[in-house]
Design a protein around this ligand. Structure first.
Ligand code: IPE
Ligand code: IPE
Ligand code: MG
Length: 241
């Protein structure tokens, strides 16, 4: 069997909950509910196989445009997920962080995210990064504002703006570039996800809807990733292929 490379930073665009429910004649929220159960299984599995950073695209900036009832349901579901999974994450030494415009969250949701993050803050295992109220363009605009402020305060000069400085101004700056992005549900787009850190990511698109995703499908994605040659602009010879 070929060697398996576990991505250091795996990111998943968990898509297809609504279609999963619709195909069963159920309201969309049933797809979200089943989707949250899959999250539990996949978080556990990623931690077991040695993924260092797992980013889950949970709610995008654009998702705020959905009907009020669906948005409310998703916020409640996240709260319930965090309350229910906290002990299990603690046992598995998982640290949780949130990336996005958290100031836009309902106060109760925001409180629960902050408390979960602080309870698990000292853990040294996998970092679970929940992209929530997240937009890649917003992340870059927020980073640009931070750098503009540093210039205005006289802390840096315009010439000091480098890729490294930019990266240090992203949400949860210590999280590295993404190695592999998986998108479920057959859509082949990035939908405003991880614009900076995806510069050299590998992609894996699957027809599988998120509520049907499981370890076997993840194994398939990782096996595929393991066979890729990542050249980063160089030649095969340079990267030792
Ligand atoms: C992903 O499933 C969950 C969120 C975006 C919150 P969708 O709700 O987008 O499901 P589809 O794409 O409509 O099937
Ligand atoms: C992307 O899925 C966002 C999340 C999975 C949280 P969407 O379903 O919102 O993306 P589009 O609208 O189909 O591009
Ligand atoms: Mg969708």
């Amino acid at each position: 069997m070929a060697d398996i490379t576990i991505p250091r930073h795996l990111a998943i665009i968990m898509d297809g909950n609504g279609r999963w429910a619709k195909s069963r004649g159920l309201p969309r929220i049933f797809g979200h509910k089943r989707g949250a159960e899959v999250v539990t299984e996949i978080v556990r599995y990623c931690s077991d196989i040695g993924v260092s950073y797992l980013t889950l695209y949970t709610f995008s900036m654009e998702n705020w445009l959905r009907p009020k009832e669906e948005v409310g349901f998703l916020m409640d579901l996240l709260q319930r997920y965090l309350e229910k999974e906290l002990d299990r994450m603690q046992e598995n030494n998982i640290k949780i962080v949130f990336s996005g415009r958290l100031d836009l969250l309902p106060p109760k949701t925001r409180e629960i995210t902050q408390s979960a993050a602080s309870i698990l803050a000292e853990n040294t295992g996998m970092v679970l990064n929940i992209a929530l109220s997240y937009g890649g363009r917003n992340e870059l605009v927020d980073a640009a504002k931070r750098m503009a402020q540093m210039v205005a305060d006289g802390k840096i000069k315009t010439e000091d703006i480098t890729q490294e400085l930019m990266a240090s101004c992203l949400y949860n700056a210590d999280i590295p570039d993404v190695d592999l992005i998986i998108r479920t549900s057959g859509e082949k787009r990035i939908s405003n996800f991880m614009l900076w850190r995806a510069a050299y990511s590998e992609f894996f698109f699957t027809e599988c809807l998120w509520p049907d995703f499981d370890r076997t499908e993840l194994d398939r994605a990782i096996a595929d990733f393991s066979g890729r040659v990542r050249r980063f602009g160089m030649t095969d010879e340079q990267v030792g292929n």
